[in-house]
Design a protein around this ligand. Sequence first.
Ligand code: DGY
Length: 325
Amino acid sequence: MPAKVLVTRRQFEEEMDRLRAAADTVVLTRPAPATRPELLEAVRGCTAIFAHITDQIDAEVMDAAGDSLKVIAEFGVGYDNIDVNAASERNIAVGNTPGVLTETTADFAFALIQAAGRRLAESDRFVRKGEWKWFDPLDLLGQDINGSTLGIVGLGRIGSSVAKRALASGMNVVYHNRTQPEDDLGCTRVGSLDELLAKSDFVSIHCPLTPETNGLIGKAQLEKMPKHAVLINTARGPIVDTDALTDALRDGTIAYAALDVTNPEPIPTDHPLLSMENVTLLPHIASATVGTRRKMSQMTVDNILAVLRGELPPDCVNSERINWG
Ligand code: DGY
């Protein structure tokens, strides 16, 4: 019997053709993610799941797939939507797509630093609403990027690439990591997250979502930041407490936020953040360029095809726990 592969969202056709040549491939092409019952039904008998951030792949989904399931290949570098421990206990490999989206995501995070600092989205709305009647020297004043301090939470691959852009633009960069980064590029290490928050004009989040980073930036942390500070999140929504951030933006605890990720995601259209001028909201598109999303798709398929050949995925996050004899 040919192996069965489930792809949970529409994907690049040429990559789907590579899967179809090797396995029975089911692609869920509806615009909305599968509901829980649909997902539990669709995974039945699969060898591989090509998963997306929109899918919660936990023990129940793995058990619904059955003993045939050998690999969950995430389309993305972050895999917090997958219960890796449950996968390892079932000898299921988990793949992801590190490296390939680093520069694209860093470009986007740095674009948000600039867009938030110079109030671009707000100024665009101002023009469209017909509010631009004359030149006003005191209107829409932003904050300089050059000469200000950027605090990076998580100086890993993406954080370091953002740091390079910031240093080249004349920013000072401080960071706080629990582990020593491979190369700190001339950034200044500070002793604690609180110190980073207090010293930074801009704070950009680049750590993964884990039990330790869930809610890392809440009311107490926002209160440590200067009143003119800008918060950028391109990592994962739950790292920031949405209610605390909404309050902080409303009462002037901090000046501005630019969020590519939110909690919940998508942010409901009646959420108070949507009616506030001092926040820019984007739909989780940091890695969304044609070239990068294509490479991510290719890597996800490579991870699946390796397993269909009996090998571990080339990018496997739990390889040390897999034993296929
Ligand atoms: C990633 O690669 O983690 C992106 O956020 C898409 O999920």
